[in-house]
Design a protein around this ligand. Sequence first.
Ligand code: ATP
Ligand code: LTN
Length: 331
Amino acid sequence: MTGDKRTVFSAVQPSGNLTIGNYLGAIKNFSRFGEEYKTFFCVADLHAITVRQIPAELRKRTYETLALYIACGLSPEKNTIFVQSHVPEHTELAWLLNCYTMFGELSRMTQFKDKSAKHAQNINAGLFTYPALMAADILLYGTDIVPVGLDQKQHLELTRDIAIRFNQTYSDTFTVPEGYISTDTMKIMSLAEPTSKMSKSDENQNAVVYILDTKDDIIRKFKRAVTDSDSVVRYGEDKPGISNLMTIYRAFSGKTLEEIEREFSGRGYGDFKLAVGEAVADGLAPVRDEFARLIADKRYLEDVMKSGAEEAHYYARRMISKVKKKIGFVI
Ligand code: ATP
Ligand code: LTN
C-alpha cells in the first residue's frame, strides 16, 4: 500500500525495440491501474546490463522506452514513470536481498538458464542475481500487484518467497505481491517459430513485430508468419501458428475466438493473415504517432524522468531505512 491506495509496480528493460509481446503482455495492461492505484513504472536499465549493451544504444532506448510508456497511454500525471538507475535504493536493496536469496533458488530460474545458453561468453554474476534486483524493485514500494507476462511468473514467485523469508526472520516489513498475468495475452509467440516466445532480442527480424514497425512491415511480417498445412482458421494446441495469430487478432480487434473462426470459415490463410496485419497496424498507429511527437521532445522526457525519480525516491528511502533498522545496521 502507498498511503490509502493499493500499489502497482512493473518495469521493462531498454534492451531492444519493444515488441507486440511486450505491448500485449505488459505495457497495455499497465494503463488499467492509473486511476485507482498508486502506480510505479520503471525503465529497468540496471537489468539491461546483465547482457552487454552498446552505451549509445542503451541511452537511446532508455528515452524510447519511457516515451513508449507515455505513448501507450500512461500519463505522467497519474503514474510515476522513472528510470531504475536514477533511484539508487534499487541497487542498495538488491544487495541486501541477495543475502536472503539462496544459490539453489537462483540456479533454478529458467530465464537464467536460457540467457546463459544464449550468452555463453558472458555468464556474469548480475545475470545470476537478476531476480534479487527485480525483487528489490517490487518490494521497495510496498507493491500489491505486478502486471507482467507469463515468462516473469517464476521471478515473481521468488520475490514472494524472499519477502516472506525476510518478514519471518525479522517482523512484517514487505508486502507480499501478487502477479497480474492477463491470460488472453500472457505469451505471444514468435511468428517464425510459434512454439517459442516472441522476444525483442530475437535475431530473426521477421519473427518479431515491433510496436514501432511501419504498416507495410507489419503486414509483410504477418503474411510470412509460419502456419500449418491445412487451411482452417481454428484455435487449438495442434495449430500453434494460427492460434497465436488468433490471439493477436482477438487482442487488437476485440472479437472473440468463435467470431474469428466464423469470420474466416471457408476462406484461406491469406485473407486471415492480411486481416491480422491490418488490425495490428491500425491499432498501433496512434501509439506510433504519439511516440514520434514525444521522442522529438527530449526536454519533456527528461522532466518526466526527473520528477518520476524524485517521487519514487521519496518512497524508496523510507523502505530502505525500515529494512536497515530491521537488519541491525547503525543508521
Ligand atoms: P529479452 O528478449 O531481452 O529477454 P523481452 O522481450 O522478454 O526481452 P522484457 O523486457 O524482458 O522483454 O519484458 C518486459 C515485459 O514484457 C515483461 O512483463 C514480460 O513478461 C513481457 N513480455 C515479453 N515478451 C512477451 C511475450 N512474447 N508475450 C507476452 N508478454 C511478454
Ligand atoms: N525482469 C523483467 C523486467 C523487470 C520487472 C521488474 C518486471 C525488472 N524489474 C519488476 C516487473 C517488476 C522482465 O520483463 N524481464
